[in-house]
Design a protein. Structure first.
Length: 136
């Protein structure tokens, strides 16, 4: 099967306890083998690329309302410049990390990946039809 994933690059603001932020470059992507999960990769200067994977529904719901429980929580917010952003809080036994991503990039990723999933479904359906036709 052809490779269908196209990551969406996005600025990612790390918000610390003092409400200071550090801007990093991130990528949102998914693997066709696990379309219900998304991965956010953040390129840091000191630790290289750090990936976090979580449910696609969590991200999609978090654009409009607080979503999630446990180690990943997502909610809509306004950034310092009053633009729409999605907040993603990652929790672990060692602490938490709060990230801010422009809603526009999250929406773009969700729309593009939904189209890619639809294309993958069509390819699989066509291959199955061809296989079943070959059995007749």
């Amino acid at each position: 099967m052809e490779h269908l994933t196209h990551p969406v690059k996005t600025p990612v603001d790390l918000i610390n306890a003092d409400d200071d932020s550090t801007l990093w470059l991130g990528r949102l992507h998914f693997e066709p083998s696990d379309p219900m999960a998304v991965t956010l990769e953040i390129n840091t200067r000191s630790q290289g690329t750090i990936p976090w994977s979580f449910a696609r529904d969590l991200l999609a719901n978090g654009i409009f309302e607080p979503s999630g429980a446990g180690s990943v929580q997502v909610w809509p917010c306004l950034g310092a410049d009053a633009s729409a952003v999605v907040m993603i809080e990652l929790l672990s036994g060692q602490g938490s990390l709060c990230l801010q991503i422009p809603s526009r990039q999250v929406h773009q990723f969700l729309m593009e990946s939904a189209a890619q999933m639809s294309k993958a479904d069509s390819i699989i359906e066509s291959a199955l039809d061809d296989f079943l036709d070959g059995l007749s």
